[in-house]
Design a binder for this molecule. Structure first.
Ligand SMILES: Nc1ncnc2c1ncn2[C@@H]1O[C@H](COP(=O)(O)OP(=O)(O)OP(=O)(O)O)[C@@H](O)[C@H]1O
Ligand SMILES: [Mg+2]
Length: 512
């Protein structure tokens, strides 16, 4: 046991020696055999001297080195403070260096990470890589020591490992490195980390849900792996390009939003009939920007303060989706009541059921407005808020005014341009003799992209593009016929009503 510990101590001190010697040695200009001898002496010293004496000796050695050397070293520990909290700066530096190391370092370490979608390559322990920034050369070394610091316990191995990165540079560049370069490294590293991370789809738990108790969070998540992209989204190409440009401008707009004094967030209102691609659009947006998605089910939120908590828990680089906002809550206030009085035909039973559902939640219109653009809604970085509805007219104008919902996007029935995208996705064709018929029919008939897609999807290996297109044409003709019959019936009904009204008026005038 003692032997094993001694062996581990030696390994630890030897590896530490390697790093420290290579850090200081290279900055002093030592090379080759001098370095090897120094490293040997250091390892011997580590073996012979008791640990508490080493600490004193090292303190004075470092002081001495500081007076003589013209190099500055900055150390970044993997764990910050005494706790087990991982340092964000260390992670950012590791991410930043992963791009440099893959190209330059000879020894890399491949890690499988739960929070990342692919293998993460990073600088191996006791390896060094150079970086050049604004013409200044700096050196990063990655080190690991094994000693008595319990804060970074590596539980799997049962050993105590302490990792850190050291940045070394000439003291004449101190100002630039500490002010500009480090800022650049941390920013870029964070950006790389966000891009590499596995994206999540979050849904809110009810406050009484056991999931909330267990995880201590009001959101539960699964990994987000929806395949929709703007390329596969069927809609008017010009509109699509506009949306893409808008999203790019938003995601690059950190400085702009700060300059104009606006929180870095943008509201989108997606409206249109069922099956026109609203959910698909949200997934495409999330994939395009690399954002997480928070799917907020308002009916399970008990009150405004719970809504506030949920919104506070959302992270940056995310899309918060509020689905079917027209059905979720009675957010239409007095204005709607007035309209209801005017409505002649009203399905009362349906309305009562809807009201019962809404009563379970006490979230109010002002609570929701506060959640979208209250003071605290600007926390935790860039965010897109999407309202999704089938009935835009039902919503209170205050909820969807510009500035709150900045971009209103109508997802409409499938027209020829959108059809061409679907045909390319589902049948891998760009033209066909039947395209003429499809074009004519889509101008006359309202069919959702979901229905068009269903007709285009081959149902067996024997079905080719022609069979699928014929099925679509047939289906469109049927819808056209149905619509024609409905219109005729409506016309008959209207004529009947008019005739009845005329007869009643005639009776009135005939009465003495
Ligand atoms: N514009 C579109 N482009 C590509 N596929 C679409 C489009 N619209 C619908 N689809 C297809 O139809 C399915 C249903 O669409 P989606 O769920 O996006 O509609 P929705 O507008 O959200 O409907 P709802 O209002 O009922 O929620 C999708 O899985 C997708 O395959
Ligand atoms: Mg949907």
């Amino acid at each position: 046991m003692r032997n094993r510990r001694k062996q581990r101590d030696f390994r630890g001190s030897n590896s530490e020696a390697k790093t420290k010697m290579s850090e200081t040695g290279s900055s002093w200009g030592f090379t080759g055999s001098t370095m090897t001898s120094l490293m040997f002496l250091w390892a011997m010293y580590k073996q012979i001297f008791p640990y508490h004496l080493q600490i004193h000796v090292e303190r004075y050695v470092y002081k001495l080195m500081g007076w003589v050397s013209s190099y500055v070293h900055i150390k970044f520990n993997e764990y910050s403070g005494e706790g087990l909290e991982k340092s964000k700066a260390y992670d950012s530096i590791r991410n930043y260096l992963s791009t440099k190391s893959t190209a330059l370092a000879k020894r890399l370490k491949a890690n499988e990470s739960k929070s990342s979608k692919s293998l993460v390559l990073s600088l191996d322990d006791h390896e060094t890589v150079e970086d050049v920034f604004e013409g200044v050369k700096v050196k990063w070394s990655s080190s690991v020591t094994e000693n008595g610091n319990k804060s970074s316990m590596n539980r799997d191995k049962g050993s105590v490992e302490r990792r850190y990165m050291t940045l070394s540079f000439h003291s004449r560049h101190r100002e630039m490195i500490t002010k500009t370069y480090l800022d650049h490294v941390l920013r870029e590293g964070e950006e790389i980390g966000l891009k590499k991370r596995e994206r999540k789809l979050y849904t809110n738990n009810s406050i009484n849900d056991w999931c909330s108790w267990r995880s201590g969070s009001n959101w539960s998540n699964v990994s987000f792996d929806h395949p929709a992209t703007f390329e596969t989204l069927a809609m008017d190409p010009e509109k699509k390009e506009e949306i893409k440009k808008d999203l790019i401008k938003f995601s690059n707009g950190k400085d702009y939003y700060r300059k104009v004094g606006k929180p870095w967030k943008r509201g989108y209102l997606l409206f249109g009939p069922p099956g026109t691609g609203k959910s698909t659009m949200i997934s495409a947006m999330a994939n395009f920007l690399g954002y997480d998605v928070y799917d907020l089910e308002l009916t399970t939120v008990t009150d405004n303060s719970e809504l506030k908590k949920l919104m506070l828990e959302t992270k940056g680089k995310s899309i918060v989706v509020i689905e079917d906002i027209d059905c979720s809550l009675d957010l239409t206030g007095q204005r709607r009541k007035k309209n209801l009085e005017d409505e002649e035909e009203e399905d009362i039973e349906e309305k009562i059921k809807e009201a019962e559902k809404k009563k379970q939640s006490k979230v109010t219109l002002s609570g929701l407005l506060n959640a979208i653009d209250g003071l605290w809604s600007a926390c935790s970085g860039e965010k897109i808020i999407v309202f999704k509805t089938n009935f835009v007219d039902k919503l209170d104008p205050a909820l969807i005014r510009r500035g709150r919902m900045d971009n209103h996007i109508e997802m409409s029935y499938c027209r020829f341009e959108a059809f061409k995208v679907l045909a390319k996705n589902y049948l891998e064709i760009e033209s066909h003799d039947l395209y003429g018929d499809v074009k004519r029919l889509l101008e006359e008939v309202d069919m959702s992209p979901a229905d068009v897609a269903e007709n285009l999807m081959p149902k067996s290996d024997e079905e080719d593009a022609e069979i699928c297109l014929k099925r679509l044409v047939k289906s469109l003709e049927e819808v056209k016929e149905k619509a024609k019959n409905l219109a005729e019936e409506d016309e008959k009904e209207a004529r009947k009503k008019m005739k009845k009204k005329a007869e009643e008026e005639e009776k009135k005038t005939l009465k003495p």
